[in-house]
Design a protein around this ligand. Sequence first.
Ligand code: MG
Length: 203
Amino acid sequence: MKIICVGRNYAAHAKELNNAVEEEPVIFMKPETALIPSKFPFFYPEFSTDIHYETELVIKINRIGKNISEKFAHRYYDEVSLGIDFTARDLQSKLKAKGLPWERAKAFDGSAPVGEFVSLKEVGNVGDLHFTLLVNDEVRQQGHSANMIFSVDKIIAFVSTFVTLKKGDLIFTGTPEGVGPVKPGDKLTALLGDKQLLSLDIK
Ligand code: MG
């Protein structure tokens, strides 16, 4: 499986990092080794001193598809969760300044914890989902999927032009504003509506 991520998909977040709002989705990938088994912690890596959380709505692809049209994209998923797109912001800034790929800052081991998946039948329309990140019980991020620049269906159509999507692939759909650093000892909790889907300790 693969993890496809969208960058700069919420205008207020693009602005907080001084990034332009793009005309096409910004896409990057993480490998399967970026996942964290459930109940395991995130281990702060030695190569960075500025790891940031980015809370994102995650879509699970349920069938194979290539060149999927936006109109039919909704047939390719029926479950969602929340994930953290951990980013080594210090390393990413260096790579961005040189115009180099972001992988070292984005695709490292444990950089994509994902919570429990829930059926859209249960939680409702993918374009009308509210989510929250708590760090040590304090609200740090709140997002609403209606504020995405590129909708889930647009992302699927765009990505599948280049890359075949397969059952089990995950799509991280971008983070709203409020990103920030974590430190060992922190506890991250992500909620979809009022339903807790992810709980993660930083070690
Ligand atoms: Mg992100």
